[in-house]
Design a protein around this ligand. Sequence first.
Ligand code: SF4
Ligand code: SF4
Ligand code: SF4
Length: 212
Amino acid sequence: MKQLGFQIEHCRSNCPKSARQWNALLETLTTNLSNLNINEALETKFNPVLHHHLPKICLAGCPNGCSHPDIKDFSISGYVTPLITEVPCSGCDACVRYCLEKAITLDPMKIIIDNARCLSCGNCTSVCPTGTLARGESGWNLRIGGRVGRHPRFATFAGQVLTDKEVVAWIYETILDYLNNGQPQERLTHYIERKNSVLESRTSCSLVNPLT
Ligand code: SF4
Ligand code: SF4
Ligand code: SF4
């Protein structure tokens, strides 16, 4: 069987907590990355190509990250921001109780959301009985550079995008860049780290998207 040269994991399909469905993204991503012939390109860097050499991608439908996306090269998790509509609030308190971040206060028949605390998980929008809270903007949080092993690290924030197409382009171009410019024996995670540290030394910024 042909080796794909990459690995994609995901969380539970059709989970009711999902802020964003990932099924279509999974399919498009797999098709596009298969066309890159990653395994053949990796064979020019490593002999043999082992599991830890493969780029790892992980999808999660919401910020809960049950599939552990933040220890993978590419972390993609869905978000949906709560939208306060014109519909009067009944003061039922459900959204306050369901918000794990304690980001909502009731004052007394209107709600206030602390955006600094809100993780855009969408829990509050699914329990609001009146429609005062609705689903607002929905998209994907992107993080990069996570790994386990001798020197584990969490993926760092690389941006937010609205469409599946943007996620696919980001991953495709990053892997292509690595295949073309990574050194022999250099894993993707170390290429990202090296590129990031070069950018950090140029900008003195500790939270740099290594790919911009
Ligand atoms: S990450 Fe979110 S959507 Fe996915 S299984 Fe966990 S709770 Fe459900
Ligand atoms: S989206 Fe999630 S974190 Fe944000 S206010 Fe609603 S329940 Fe809280
Ligand atoms: S769940 Fe809806 S109706 Fe109830 S307090 Fe929150 S915003 Fe108001």
